[in-house]
Write a protein that binds this ligand. Structure first.
Ligand code: SF4
Length: 189
């Protein structure tokens, strides 16, 4: 893979492949304020990984790690782990989502798979599990097994992101309720 993409690039491609086209082929930046749910999610992330550095899910033993910027030499991509618990031989990823929509969808799987690859390559420790904490009107924790399939599917998403950039062609995407708050909706055919 020639370009150094980020986990965010692949996650956005999983959300809609036309994000890659508008952003990384045509160079049209996103207007973040038009993406309310993503923005709120990021705020929730940063609160937990910066000001709450010592807060830890009590029943999980290990050292809390935050804001880990990592690079994969093997697959040429980078990304940031907002929060993780590191034990002697394992890393548990923690992902917080400001949402009532409790679903481990392809964007979350892409994110977890790629972050697991980054953590394993950089620490030499296994990532077997992640905990996704949905927290808006109520708090729901969803454990996710990080399987080889999740990691391989996430890598494939990274490759598709790269292929879209290399080809320069606008990928197919159907219009649905994702488009309602999309910053590209006015220019998306
Ligand atoms: S308007 Fe819809 S199809 Fe077009 S980029 Fe946005 S989410 Fe994708």
């Amino acid at each position: 893979m020639s370009n150094c993409l980020t986990v965010t690039n692949a996650v956005e491609h999983a959300f809609c492949p036309r994000f890659t086209y508008f952003q990384l082929v045509l160079g049209i930046e996103q207007r973040e304020d038009k993406r309310g749910t993503v923005q709120s999610g990021r705020t929730f992330h940063s609160r937990h990984s910066t000001t709450n550095k010592n807060y830890k899910i009590k029943r999980i033993d290990g050292i809390k790690q935050t804001e880990l910027l990592l690079y994969s030499k093997k697959h040429s991509f980078s990304g940031k782990i907002d929060e993780a618990i590191e034990t002697e031989d394992e890393i548990l990823l923690i992902e917080r989502k400001y949402s009532d929509y409790i679903l481990i969808n392809s964007t979350i799987k892409t994110q977890l798979g790629l972050l697991a690859i980054l953590a394993e390559e950089n620490t030499g420790k296994k990532v077997n599990k992640a905990l996704v904490v949905f927290n808006k009107t109520e708090r729901v924790e969803v454990p996710v097994n990080i399987t080889e399939k999740i990691k391989q599917t996430a890598l494939l998403m990274l490759q598709k992101t790269n292929s879209t950039i290399t080809s320069g062609d606008m990928p197919y995407s159907k219009h649905d309720n994702r488009c309602t708050n999309c910053c590209y909706r006015k220019i998306c055919p």
